[in-house]
Write a protein that binds this ligand. Structure first.
Ligand code: MRU
Length: 375
């Protein structure tokens, strides 16, 4: 369906290959990164973005940190398993600091660490030593095994995400009817995931099956993910897409042009409160006003049952320059103006019609339905 991949690994060169989303839609340019600092920068500055894609990039990031540590690649010289573990932990902590809201980042890094611990345990066998400090001295084979395990885990995170997106598409499509108008906010498409997307997955599936949806894409200020990314990838797939400014959603709904809202999520709390791109809350309130179904779509890796409610989700705040001048040839606000630029908001569970994951559809009350779904 799409010719691009937002995140890929070139293992031969030891590089993460990212489609630089900051340059879209004007330039299709891939960047190749081998240093953890550069991967951190790419996540921080939204060259790679969208909760699942961030998690995948970070998983490859910790793998590459160990893979590319100089002593391993120089022939003959090897780092010890202890050093490899130390490099991993440092890279993990660093990458986790890139962005605070999307739980997929921490989920993917924790999963990589669990795989590292498993592999270390296996290497320590038959002593069955669980303490990394007591691991035996390593040779080429042990390091190779460790790297293979990390790479396999990162690949699995990516591949599972692709499969989850397709399953989300099926569940989501079961709630939609042919010819509907669908409004979406930000970008929860192929660019934000391994492929196919979450909120856009039912739209792509519907496109394949002749559903003839009419999609309204909010431009999504201030970073314009809707205009730059969603409009771009939907158009590529031949989907009937109309771009609107964020403040036009109410008018479009009032005119009866929207039958369902589909959005992604960065973190869903145990009670169903959902953090997503700033502006999502406003769209949900409007949907309620006009009796339009409001669906949140995401992989189960976006559901954080350890987080009781939306009040505990850390909301990233970004530089005010994104509001005042980023996209303009001249600043569009007076110099020195105070700004408030939260990157996400939390949509209250009571505004959400259903939460759609690869495992199925959760409906209110979410405290029990999400727990059931995640079993
Ligand atoms: O700041 P971004 O562009 O990373 O925000 C992205 C979103 O809010 C998406 O809706 C969310 O991550 C889901 S992507 C499948």
């Amino acid at each position: 369906m799409h010719a691009f991949r937002s995140v890929a690994l070139d293992d031969e060169k030891g590089e993460l290959v990212l489609l630089d989303q900051t340059l879209l839609p004007n330039e299709i340019s891939y960047i190749r990164l081998s240093k953890v600092e550069d991967i951190w920068e790419a996540i921080r500055n939204l060259r790679v973005r969208g909760a699942p894609a961030i998690g995948i990039a970070a998983a490859y990031g910790v793998y590459l940190a160990v893979r590319n540590s100089a002593n391993i690649t120089e022939s003959g010289a090897l780092i010890s398993i202890d050093s490899a573990v130390a490099i991993f932990k440092k890279a993990k902590q660093y990458l986790a600091s890139a962005r605070p809201t999307a739980v997929n980042l921490f989920w993917a890094l924790d999963r990589m660490e669990r795989r590292l611990a498993l592999e270390c345990d296996a290497l320590a066998s038959p002593a069955k030593c669980h303490s990394v400090a007591r691991l035996p001295a390593s040779g080429r084979e042990e390091i190779d095994d460790l790297l293979a395990a990390l790479r396999q885990e990162a690949d699995a995170i990516r591949d599972e995400d692709a499969r989850m997106c397709h399953a989300i598409g099926e569940h989501g499509l079961s709630l939609l009817e042919r010819g509907w108008g669908i409004l979406t906010h930000c970008n929860a498409g192929a660019l934000a995931t391994a492929e196919f997307g979450t909120a856009l997955a039912p739209i792509y599936l519907g496109q394949e099956r002749g559903y003839a949806f009419k999609v309204f894409a909010d431009e999504t200020r201030p970073l314009l993910q809707g205009a730059r990314l969603t409009a771009w990838e939907l158009m590529q797939a031949g989907v009937d897409t109309t771009l609107i400014c964020d403040n036009m959603a109410a008018s479009v709904m009032k005119r009866g042009l929207v039958q369902a809202v589909l959005v992604g999520c960065d973190r869903v709390a145990a009670n169903g409160d959902t953090a997503n791109k700033i502006g999502t809350l406003g769209v949900a309130i409007l949907a309620k006003r006009y009796s339009i179904s409001f669906y949140v779509l995401g992989p189960s890796s976006s559901i954080d049952l350890t987080c009781p409610t939306g009040a505990q989700i850390e909301i990233e705040e970004r530089h005010g320059e994104e509001i005042t001048s980023k996209w303009y040839t001249h600043p569009m606000a007076p110099a020195g103006i105070s700004t408030f630029n939260p990157a996400f908001d939390v949509t209250d569970a009571e505004l959400i019609t259903a939460i759609i994951t690869e495992k199925g559809i959760a409906r209110p009350p979410f405290a029990s339905s999400l727990r059931e779904l995640m079993k």
